[in-house]
Design a binder for this molecule. Structure first.
Ligand SMILES: Cc1cc2nc3c(=O)[nH]c(=O)nc-3n(C[C@H](O)[C@H](O)[C@H](O)COP(=O)(O)O)c2cc1C
Length: 351
């Protein structure tokens, strides 16, 4: 057998049915959220196994020197793929960071058989197509507590806890966000990297297009300014604050290491998809953890017992048109499928 990469549609190759199921899930997982829409992963599918690798060329050194956010993003892709597989009725065994000598191999998924049809899997699969980051100010009505509890349960089911920020802790989150924004704005390397992944100079299929970036407005908790223009209006400017009813969650882990970051990414995806299925809007907030002092502040807010990995802003969508979906790379760039060259089969059959 000659195995070839299935990236050229004109090359006639035979791909096993199970490989096709895994490939479809990996392609669906391209819709996963990722830090600055870098999509820092690569899938390789062979027989009954899909391998998820980190693509370090897409790591954002100024804000992510340890690859924490890259790994969280890959965790989100892993969870998206698992949702897609469950919706197709495919069961897999997942091994996370299976090899000490290959830290970029983040997970392997091995097909093990069929699972019964589940309405939850179908709902989450539909949520993948609908979900997008919504940075607009949310509605004035808050997320009902019992719904927020369901989102927490979704995170826990995916292996990590989500701490829901209590009103008395909102100041700590606001200070962490403001502090992170000021520190990052003052860093020329940050500004250069932001310019590379936003706006006009964007490479095709990646990055944060400016039409997905909401006007900032004066918010109790500032969100990242992707325009890089200035610090925007503050709630102390006398302007009426917007986004007052947003809820904030922080995905936390017991340890601060790659295996935990991967699971935190799976939990992030679980929360975002569950929220979308509840018709809620969300945007991730990693600025809260990118700057050491802001991360320490959050950790103190959490009683120093857990490590904050990523924040999530959750709310009822505001009025008006939803923001557009952001672009994705062509599937052939992110997903490689090994198959058998048809001509070999033909010859082997004596043809
Ligand atoms: C690890 C991670 C960190 C993120 N950090 C932020 C952030 O700080 N601010 C923000 O507005 N969006 C953030 N996002 C959302 C991404 O920008 C978004 O997922 C990406 O641009 C793709 O767009 P989509 O979510 O609409 O598909 C983050 C997403 C991930 C997975």
């Amino acid at each position: 057998m000659v195995t070839v990469r299935h990236i050229d549609p004109d090359v006639p190759i035979h791909v096993e049915p199970i490989s096709r199921i895994l490939a479809r899930a990996a392609v669906t997982a391209l819709r996963a959220p990722s830090i600055w829409n870098t999509q820092p992963w690569h899938w390789r599918i062979e027989h009954d196994t899909a391998k998820l690798r980190a693509d370090r060329r897409r790591q954002l050194d100024p804000i992510d020197p340890d690859g924490r956010l890259l790994t969280v993003s890959c965790g989100a892709a892993l969870h998206h793929a698992r949702v897609a597989l469950a919706a197709e009725g495919a069961d897999v065994v997942v091994e996370r960071l299976p090899r000490d000598d290959d830290p970029d191999l983040l997970a392997t998924l091995r097909y093990t058989g069929v699972v019964p049809w589940s309405s939850t899997a179908q709902r989450l699969r539909r949520a993948i197509q609908v979900r997008r980051t919504d940075r607009r100010p949310f509605d004035v009505k808050p997320v009902p507590e019992h719904v927020a509890d369901r989102l927490r349960a979704a995170a826990r089911h995916a292996g990590a806890d989500m701490h829901l920020v209590r009103p008395k802790d909102l100041t700590a989150v606001a200070v962490a966000a403001g502090h992170a924004a000021a520190a990052e704005r003052a860093d020329p390397a940050y500004r250069a990297e932001l310019a590379r992944w936003t706006g006009a100079s964007l490479a095709a299929g990646v990055g944060v297009p400016l039409d997905t970036v909401a006007a900032l407005g004066a918010r109790p908790v500032p969100i990242r300014d992707f325009t890089g223009v200035d610090e925007g209006p503050s709630i102390y400017s006398g302007e009426d604050p917007v986004d007052r009813a947003a809820s904030y969650g922080v995905i936390v882990t017991d340890v601060d290491e790659p295996a935990a970051w991967l699971v935190a990414g799976e939990a992030l995806s679980a929360v975002l998809l569950a929220a979308t299925a509840e018709r809620l809007a969300t945007s991730a907030m990693s600025d809260l953890v990118e700057v050491r002092s802001a991360r320490d502040l959050l950790r103190r807010m959490l009683g120093n017992v857990a490590h904050p990995v990523i924040g999530v802003r959750i709310g009822i969508p505001g009025p008006g048109a939803l923001p557009p979906h952001s672009p994705r790379r062509p599937a052939a760039e992110a997903v490689e499928v090994l198959g058998e060259l048809m001509v070999d089969r033909h010859q082997a059959d004596g043809g």
